[in-house]
Write a protein that binds this ligand. Structure first.
Ligand code: MLT
Length: 268
């Protein structure tokens, strides 16, 4: 396992990598960090070089006050690849906010990709009420209110089955949320509120893609993700039963093997 701090414009990112082989970059959701990929990373590291950054403002990366856009985070990833001397095209995988960032990466750096995996994410913009809630959160989050944020989010993140049977995963997510920097949560929340619609990017994606979602995902409904997959030229769509928004944690066996199969089918 290699862990390093990489300087990007105005921030320092914590980036972990393990394994050797074709590079796969895993981008976490909000408000989490690279640890949400632990199971997938160790599963794939026997065949691939798995790179898991903490996005700006999350995990052990430094936060930027104000607004951090999805485009800024995509630029950060591009800079990370450069700093790590990853020159060959990569597979990029993002969950939810990580997917918003991945789509901005597609917009600017599609030639750096050999595959794209979109997990539990969306291409549409937020309705006005959601935007307002994001700005309210950004203006009110403190160290003391992170626990309440976690409690409010958890019922929307997990399937009914996970909520009753997966206390360990739920506790893991709760602990991840309460350790995130309030400034990081605020800046990303404002950045998500500002994000643009990326649906038009889908038909011209030059590489194969996998679209994967929990059948009970509330923030990124399966029907919306199926419609994304339908617009992508070389896509596969998988909906995982008894999973909500946190598919890699709720159904790691099914999730990990779906990703492994997709990676195995990509042209080298
Ligand atoms: C995430 O898991 O990254 C969030 O659900 C993204 C969002 O709030 O839209």
């Amino acid at each position: 396992m290699d862990k390093r701090s990489i300087g990007v414009k105005g921030a320092t990112l914590n980036v972990t990598s393990q394994g050797a082989g074709p590079a796969v970059l895993l981008v976490h959701g909000f408000p989490f960090d690279h640890r949400m990929w632990d199971s997938l990373s160790s599963y794939l590291a026997t065949k691939y070089r798995i790179i898991t950054p903490d996005l700006r403002g999350f995990g052990e990366s430094t936060a930027t006050e104000g607004i951090v856009t999805m485009e800024q985070m995509a630029d950060d990833l591009y800079a990370v690849l450069h700093a790590m001397d990853v020159r060959e095209p990569i597979v990029l995988c993002g969950l939810s906010m990580g997917g918003y960032v991945a789509l901005q990466f597609v917009k600017k750096y599609a030639d750096r990709l050999r595959g794209l995996i979109l997990c539990d994410t969306r291409t549409g913009t937020d309705p006005p009420q959601v935007k307002e809630n994001r700005n309210l959160l950004a203006n009110s989050i403190t160290e003391d209110t992170r626990a309440a944020l976690a409690e409010g989010m958890i019922p929307k993140l997990f399937s009914r089955r996970s909520l009753s049977d997966s206390a360990e995963s739920i506790d893991f997510v709760r602990r991840m949320i309460v350790t995130q920097s309030p400034a990081g949560i605020a800046a990303a929340s404002r950045g998500m509120a500002l994000r643009e619609d990326t649906t038009d990017l889908l038909p011209s994606l030059p590489c194969p893609s996998l679209v994967i979602v929990g059948q009970e995902d509330v923030p990124s409904p399966p029907e919306e993700m199926r419609s994304m997959a339908d617009k992508l030229p070389k896509s596969q769509f998988i909906a995982i039963g008894d999973a909500g928004h946190m598919t890699p944690l709720e159904k790691p066996d099914v999730f990990n093997s779906a990703i492994e199969t997709f990676l195995g089918m990509l042209p080298t």
